[in-house]
Design a protein. Structure first.
Length: 279
């Protein structure tokens, strides 16, 4: 009887652990000093809305990563061939367009940069990004990629609202354009959630708040909407790299949870029968 109770407890704890793990993994890290006009809450990340089943998005993300990120950041726990097969890219096309140098399809995705030299150039060795989305969360990565701004006081001329005093250059500045940290007049919010008004004139009251990001028009090759989509694609690809078996794992997980649920019921019914015999 004690063994049956123990089995029921283990099953319940297993289900609770799986659910809590998925919730904690999805929460990610806070986004520093990032401030959006949409929610007006400092430090709240924007949603990346990653979708591991969106193959075209993953393909575009892989293209962006290989062209803009792989010069400094390796994916040393993944192989080119596995990525090509998962993203449904013909191997010959992948080899010709997304593999640079003399690396082969079966190789791990390393970089040619010397770690010692990169530490001199950037102050630290650029990290491998295979598991970064699991560490930070997709929303953090998406918001970080969008949050570079011009800062002449920094050695590389840029800073980041999510990761202040970052040592990474903004390699996507030509795509996004020159982004600046600016101040804007925003409405004053009353305690009831409405906008404060002048009691005499009835005009809405506003106050200055700084920390918003604004792209200088005409300095990038993409519109803000196009750049946001590109960063979603890149984030989606990085999330895939962290957990390439996510689709299969989640489909198997449904059956595992169903099995544990049925097993728990059967164990309880068996426990009741044993209890009757003992009484």
């Amino acid at each position: 009887m004690k063994r049956i109770k123990l089995l029921i407890s283990i099953s319940s704890l297993t289900i609770s652990f799986i659910i809590s793990y998925n919730l904690s993994a999805a929460s990610g890290a806070p986004c520093g000093n990032y401030l959006s006009e949409e929610n007006m809450i400092q430090g709240q990340c924007e949603s990346a809305n990653v979708d591991p089943t969106d193959i075209p998005s993953l393909q575009r993300g892989a293209q962006i990563y290989m062209n803009y990120c792989l010069g400094c950041h390796s994916l040393k726990y993944a192989r080119y061939k596995r990525v090509a097969e998962d993203l449904e890219i013909p191997l010959e096309m992948f080899q010709e367009n997304l593999i640079f140098g003399d690396q082969k399809l079966g190789d791990l995705i390393h970089i040619g940069m010397d770690p010692k030299e990169s530490k001199v150039w950037f102050g630290n060795t650029p990290p491998d990004l295979t598991l970064e989305a699991g560490l930070r969360g997709p929303d953090w990565i998406y918001t970080y990629l969008k949050s570079f701004y011009i800062d002449d006081s920094r050695p590389l001329g840029v800073n980041n609202k999510v990761y202040e005093n970052v040592g990474m250059p903004n390699v996507l500045i030509g795509v996004q354009g020159e982004q600046f940290s600016v101040c804007k007049q925003i409405p004053e919010i009353a305690s009831n959630g409405g906008i404060k008004q002048d009691p005499i004139t009835g005009e809405q009251l506003s106050k200055e708040r700084c920390g918003f990001l604004e792209v200088k028009e005409g300095t990038g090759i993409q519109t803000p909407e196009e750049f946001n989509q590109s960063m979603r694609d890149l984030t989606n690809f990085m999330a895939y790299m962290t957990d390439p078996m996510k689709k299969e794992r989640e489909s198997i997980g449904i059956y595992v949870l169903l099995y544990l649920f049925i097993f728990t019921i059967l164990s309880y019914l068996l426990y009741r029968e044993f209890k009757k015999d003992l009484e």
